[in-house]
Design a protein. Structure first.
Length: 274
């Protein structure tokens, strides 16, 4: 059922437990083996329960974390209150505190990044965005400065010592981060390094998938990824001597941040699809 996009695995388990699923006319049992060509019937009560699940789009500001509170930072879900709902949200939903129950981020956005964050109760949406086979495009606007020195330590962030390694690497290569090139970066950044950003970098011992990387203006890159390693864009940039000054996610799949104001949220409308 999850593979067919009918429900999340957790939902499917619950529906089967409630007797709401039939396979070829027979009430399904937990652990039942089925062939790909079976007919699966879902009780209307399950559909009604699913229809009540909401997905919320937040324009996350700096300083908020995507998920649980950590390191003294407030989670983005605290913004989802009636007073912060975008006044131009035309989705025909009424806010209710029950919508905060099981509302989880479908993908991360770093504490020092802004932009589109998806919070959802719908396991189908979560699977589509962050499931094992997910290849959803995510688009970012990235303001950069050019230091002229690569930081090899950025390749390995899984270790807790990443920040210490990065500091040592900066000292060894004598990067002067107080005087990077911050104006007309595109004119001084080597084309071969831009090509490496698109394809040819490795993080955590694995080759990265090809990315779309273009200059949007002389100080800002437009980057589109189909994967989401921890702090991926910042680490990619460090590997080619760029320092990220600002990072904003503006699109996930076909859903745009658009004019949603900073710190406000809206519902994903029924007609919108990632």
């Amino acid at each position: 059922m999850a593979e067919l996009g009918l429900a999340s695995r957790r939902e499917a388990d619950a529906w089967i437990g409630n007797g709401w699923i039939k396979v070829n006319g027979r009430v399904a049992e937990m652990g039942m083996q089925v062939a790909p060509d079976v007919r699966i019937d879902i009780d209307p009560r399950a559909r009604g329960q699913q229809a009540q699940q909401v997905t919320i789009l937040v324009h996350k500001p700096l300083g908020l974390v995507s998920g649980q509170a950590e390191d003294g930072h407030t989670p983005a879900i605290t913004l989802v209150q009636p007073q912060n709902r975008w006044e131009q949200d035309n989705a025909r939903y009424f806010f209710h505190p029950s919508q905060l129950r099981s509302l989880v981020p479908a993908g991360r956005l770093d504490v020092d990044s802004t932009g589109l964050l998806v919070l959802t109760q719908d396991g189908r949406v979560a699977r589509q965005l962050i499931g094992e086979d997910a290849q959803m495009e995510k688009e970012y606007l990235v303001r950069v400065a050019y230091t002229g020195h690569a930081n090899p330590a950025a390749e390995h962030s899984a270790a807790a010592t990443y920040d210490a390694r990065a500091q040592v690497a900066r000292q060894l290569s004598r990067i002067d981060e107080d005087d990077p090139v911050s104006a007309d970066v595109a004119s001084v950044f080597p084309p071969e390094l831009l090509a490496r950003l698109r394809h040819g970098l490795r993080l955590d011992g694995q080759a990265l998938k090809p990315a779309s990387v273009q200059w949007q203006n002389p100080e800002q890159l437009r980057i589109v990824l189909t994967e989401g390693k921890k702090r991926q864009i910042r680490r990619m940039c460090e590997l080619v001597g760029l320092k990220v000054v600002g990072l904003k996610r503006v699109r996930i799949g076909r859903v745009m941040l658009g004019h949603l104001p900073l710190g406000q949220w809206r519902y994903l409308a029924p007609h919108e699809k990632f």
